[in-house]
Design a protein. Sequence first.
Length: 83
Amino acid sequence: MTESETPQMPQGPVQRIDIRHLTTEQLAGLGVAQIAYVKQVLMNGTIAFAIHAADGTPMAMADSCDVAVAAIRQHEMLPTLVH
């Protein structure tokens, strides 16, 4: 492996955050890019499955829970079910 192929680590000290002192904005942003949740909804009289980002932003709709979970995984996110 050459030097150009060696993975680069971020430079500088690692910043540690005390989760007991998160701001509302920091708490709302946790997991937004990594977690999506699936929620069963009624759409035009039919059961559907809504996909939302961790902060509640609507992302997509699916006909089944399995399709919703597969779509989330396809985008390299962690699916979570909401009841």
